[in-house]
Design a protein around this ligand. Structure first.
Ligand code: OOG
Ligand code: MG
Length: 261
């Protein structure tokens, strides 16, 4: 670690407060250019610990930057992960207030629900064996950085821009569907805004799940039964506005919806 423990604690408070108040901040690396990726993940974990101290609970994890579209949008080449708490979970069809966010964007995703605990350096097949089902999901990301100016390290410290997510109603066992190539169509007010395939997610969403479990293992951690994992956006993120009704249709799965007021 490059940063002093006290600085890591202070920065965890900065990102936590920014997320809590939806208040944009200057990227952390501007003042701390020596910050490493490992420091950033420690800041992320400490910011989540603060949320848990306030009564939130950990419900799962998200992968980010798992598709070429997202990597290009961010100008990076490595997947990252973030933590999901119960306060980020929205009901299918829920309405959220645009004014409560900094600059919210939405992404079409596939989510896994875990049937078993799993940890270690695993491959996609092994990862999939621990899955109970999959669902279509919309993720709302809301980077807390001013003017979208940040490095990969800043995004990791900011919990990979995690803000909210909606899971679709259907949880189908993975062997029932062609998980590696499901068509995905995201529309806003009935107009198609993004189309893609689950193949865009590291070529197969199970590879994203395996990559997450393997990255968590570096910290001696793993996934637990019942946890949700967002595999990452299949297309680039789309800005949302008041009055938007966002829908995602994924082949073989039911639709998931979110409204913005
Ligand atoms: C980082 C979060 C990326 C995804 O699905 O790729 C992400 C960002 O774009 O702000 O959630
Ligand atoms: Mg995402």
């Amino acid at each position: 670690m490059a940063l002093d423990d006290q600085i890591i604690d202070d920065l965890a408070e900065v990102v936590d407060e920014a997320a809590r108040n939806s208040e944009p901040i200057v990227m952390l690396t501007a003042e701390h250019p020596e910050m490493t990726l490992e420091d950033a993940y420690t800041i992320q974990r400490r910011s989540i610990a603060r949320r848990i101290e306030r009564g939130e609970s950990l419900v799962g994890m998200k992968m980010g930057l798992t598709s070429k579209a997202k990597m290009d949008q961010m100008g990076v080449h490595n997947p990252i992960y973030g933590h999901l708490t119960d306060s980020m979970m929205l009901a299918d069809g829920a309405s959220i207030e645009h004014a409560a966010y900094c600059h919210p964007r939405v992404e079409p995703e596939i989510a896994f629900v875990m049937a078993d605990d799993i940890s270690g350096e695993v491959g996609p097949r092994e990862a999939l064996a621990a899955v109970e089902g999959i669902c279509p999901a919309l993720e709302i990301i809301d980077s807390r950085y001013k003017d979208f100016e940040f490095t990969l390290i800043d995004v990791v410290a900011d919990n990979a821009s995690s803000t909210g997510f909606v899971l679709g109603p259907t949880v189908a066992p993975p062997e029932w569907v062609e998980l590696g190539n499901l068509g995905m169509v995201m529309s806003i007010n009935g107009e198609v805004k993004a189309t893609g395939s689950s193949a865009a997610i590291l070529e197969h969403p199970a590879r994203s799940l395996a990559a997450l479990i393997t990255m968590l293992d570096e910290r001696g951690e793993g996934l637990h039964k019942g946890q949700v994992v967002l595999a990452g956006g299949a297309t680039k993120a789309i800005h949302v506005h008041p009055g938007d009704r966002i829908g995602l249709e994924v082949d073989s799965l039911k639709m998931v919806e979110l409204k913005i007021s």
